[in-house]
Design a protein around this ligand. Sequence first.
Ligand SMILES: [Zn+2]
Ligand SMILES: [Zn+2]
Length: 298
Amino acid sequence: MEKTHILLFYKYVKVEDPTKFAKEHLSFCKNLGIKGRILVAQEGINGSISGIKSQVEDYKRELREDKRFEDIIFKEDLGFQHPFKRMVVKVKNEIVNLGQKVDLKDTGKHLSPAEFLEIYKNGGDVVVLDARNDYESKVGKFKNAITPDIKTFREFPKVLDLIKDKKEKKIVMYCTGGIRCEKASAYLKENGFKDVSQLSGGILTFGKEFPDTIWEGKCFVFDKRLTSRINSDNDTITHCEGCGVLCDLYRNCSNKDCDKYTILCVECERKLGGCCSQSCFQKFMKERMEKANLNMEN
Ligand SMILES: [Zn+2]
Ligand SMILES: [Zn+2]
C-alpha cells in the first residue's frame, strides 16, 4: 500500500479576503483529492493535510506559486492511513486562537534546532517554556521544561503569573510546529520579558534532526494519530488512567459531555468503554440504553 504523507504548515501573512481564499482553496484541495484541515484568517494560513506523495507534492508546488506562500515551510510525516476524515477549509479570526492582539513583528528570536540543543547542553540559567496545553506536554516534552497547566492557547496569558519572577532571565520557548510560539513569544515581550527565544519549526522539526537527545515521550498532534514519535524507541512517560500501567494511548472520553483526552490501555479501554472514569462510564452506558430503548419504541 502506498504510504500517506502528512503535511503541517503555517504562515503569518496578510490574506485580504479569507472567505474568498477559503472557497477557492477548498475546491483546489478537493480537486487534488487530499484530506485535511486548513484555517485561514486575515493574519495567514495554518493547516495540515494528507495524501499520497504525488498529491502532496502537487499541493506544495501550487501553494508556493502564490507569491504570499512562496517561502512557506512544510513539515512532513509518513503514515499508513489518512489521519483526516475529510477536507475542510475554515475562515477564522486568528489562525491560532490567543484572543489578544500581539505585534507579530516583535516576536522572540528564532533558534534553529541546533542552536536550541546547544543552549540546552550549555546549561546555565535558562528557562525552557512549553507553550502548549497540558494534555500535550503530558505525553512528551523537552527535559526540565516548564509545562503550564492550560487547556487551550487562549489561556496562555496565565503563564505570566507562572514565570513573573523571570523577566530578566533567558526564556526559550517551543511548541509543536512553531505557530503558537510566534504569538506567545511576542506576548511575553510585550509583557516585559527581555530575552525571549523560540524554537523555529517546533518540536517536529527538532525531532527530525536530533531524535534521542533532550526530548522525552511523544509529540501530541491534532489529528487522528494523536501522538507522533520523536525518539527512535517507543518512549513513553505517561500511565493508563485506569490501571496505571505505562501507556500513552490517547482517546477522547466516550461520554460526549466530557470528551476529555484520556490515556487508557487496551484492557481499560474495553473495561471502561473508552471512558475516562467510572462516572463517565455510567453516564455513557445510561445514554446508550436510552438510545436503544428509543430505537425499540420506534
Ligand atoms: Zn489500564
Ligand atoms: Zn470523561
